[in-house]
Design a binder for this molecule. Structure first.
Ligand SMILES: CC/C=C\C/C=C\C/C=C\C/C=C\C/C=C\C/C=C\C=C\C(=O)SCCNC(=O)CCNC(=O)[C@H](O)C(C)(C)COP(=O)(O)OP(=O)(O)OC[C@H]1O[C@@H](n2cnc3c(N)ncnc32)[C@H](O)[C@@H]1OP(=O)(O)O
Ligand SMILES: NC(=O)C1=CN([C@@H]2O[C@H](COP(=O)(O)OP(=O)(O)OC[C@H]3O[C@@H](n4cnc5c(N)ncnc54)[C@H](OP(=O)(O)O)[C@@H]3O)[C@@H](O)[C@H]2O)C=CC1
Length: 306
């Protein structure tokens, strides 16, 4: 304070914010963005009952947003909505949706509009994934992942655009992945599906920009406390040694991904559209694409019907 300038306790540029590995709200939260940056807005978040989608819902709500969290398991989203409302004081509507079935999306968006009057933000987060070599992947397994990730993102975006964004503008954040950048082993299904979503992001940004709609992708790296991390990393990820190869030397956490989503959804990104924000600690640049190690991990997978 010698110079008369107050010293602020700012975190270091690579210090992760607080997180918890379970699908529970944070016990405390330090604001980095303005707390009212999404005040009065409404976000529709697919797969918002668990993992990254749950934390995105929480962080948006802590910044003044109401949310709709929608997935196949109504009990899961209903329990999540209670936790989110208690922790943040904002409204959260849990709805049952299968993003592969447009009629369920239409019903959910109608219900959301009846409840809130408008939707400002769509987060396409719902996805399905598992490790599987291409040669062992059934035709239906490949199709299932493309149906959820790629078709699901298109289906939901189209319904929300036609029912709301076309007339009023809005923001779409598509959660993708870096899997296709290096042809990740055992991930042809999810890598193809997410690459198609990154392409969709650009096409929709071009077509819908004149309607005041921004569309961006957000591609996380390995994120702890998530189903994706458990399924794809398993014990191998828990050992932690492979993180030496990641420039930031650690996995990311859900709050970090939620902060990136908050940036893209907020007016801070008002001139950002048609792009992919990679939030992976530099991981895809340097991590080995170790086919034999991945095959070893797959062979210890305990899934009964493999
Ligand atoms: C890859 C490693 C990367 C980097 C390494 C670096 C560091 C390592 C450290 C950590 C790694 C951690 C993270 C890696 C980084 C990035 C990851 C990137 C992307 C992550 C993407 C995700 O999406 S994670 C989301 C995970 N959550 C879910 O998947 C939940 C939802 N999932 C589901 O509902 C199911 O699993 C489903 C996708 C199968 C869909 O369910 P349903 O519709 O009920 O379908 P089914 O009828 O059950 O199945 C349909 C067909 O699919 C076949 N199937 C199902 N499971 C498997 C499997 N495990 N293996 C093979 N085949 C499977 C099933 O048999 C059906 O086919 P048929 O032919 O039999 O009909
Ligand atoms: N975890 C990680 O390290 C990474 C994750 N990602 C991406 O982040 C996102 C979240 O993943 P993560 O948190 O790990 O996993 P989760 O399994 O927790 O999230 C996926 C969500 O999608 C929902 N869902 C799945 N299928 C459907 C469907 N057909 N219709 C509607 N909802 C559906 C699930 O709910 P329900 O079962 O109730 O339907 C679940 O809530 C995904 O897009 C994933 O690809 C990307 C890179 C890395």
């Amino acid at each position: 304070m010698e110079s008369g300038v107050p010293t602020l306790q700012t975190p270091s540029p690579t210090q992760p914010p607080e997180d918890v590995d379970t699908d529970d709200c944070l016990s405390s939260y330090s604001y980095l963005f303005s707390p009212g940056i999404l005040k009065g807005q409404v976000a529709f978040i697919t797969g918002g009952g668990s993992g990254i989608g749950f934390r995105i819902a929480e962080i948006f709500m802590r910044h003044g947003c109401h949310t709709i969290i929608a997935s196949r398991n109504l009990q899961r989203v209903s329990e999540a909505a209670k936790k989110l409302m208690t922790a943040t004081g904002q409204r959260c509507l849990p709805l049952c949706v299968d993003v592969r079935q447009p009629e369920t999306i239409i019903a959910a968006v109608d219900q959301a509009l009846a409840e809130f009057g408008h939707i400002n933000i769509l987060v396409n987060n719902a996805a399905g994934n598992f490790l599987c070599p291409a040669s062992a992947l059934s035709f239906n397994a490949y199709k299932t992942v493309l149906d959820i990730d790629t078709m699901g993102t298109f289906n939901t975006s189209k319904v929300v655009f036609e029912k709301c964004f076309q007339a009023h503008g809005g923001v779409i954040v598509n959660i993708t992945a870096t899997l296709s950048y290096k042809g990740q082993a055992l991930q042809v299904h999810a890598g193809t599906a997410k690459a198609a979503v990154d392409a969709m992001t650009k096409h929709l940004a071009v077509e819908w920009g004149p309607s005041k709609v921004r569309v961006n992708s957000l591609a996380p790296g390995p994120i702890s406390g998530t189903e994706g991390y458990r399924r794809l990393g398993g014990k191998w990820a828990e050992a932690g040694s492979q993180f030496n190869s990641i420039p930031l030397q650690r996995a990311g956490n859900k709050t970090e991904i939620a902060h990136s989503a908050l940036y893209l959804a907020s007016p801070l990104a008002s001139y950002v559209t048609g792009t992919t924000l990679v939030a992976d600690g530099g991981s895809w640049l340097t991590s080995a694409n170790n086919f034999s190690a991945m095959l070893g991990h797959w062979s210890t997978d305990t899934r009964k019907d493999k």
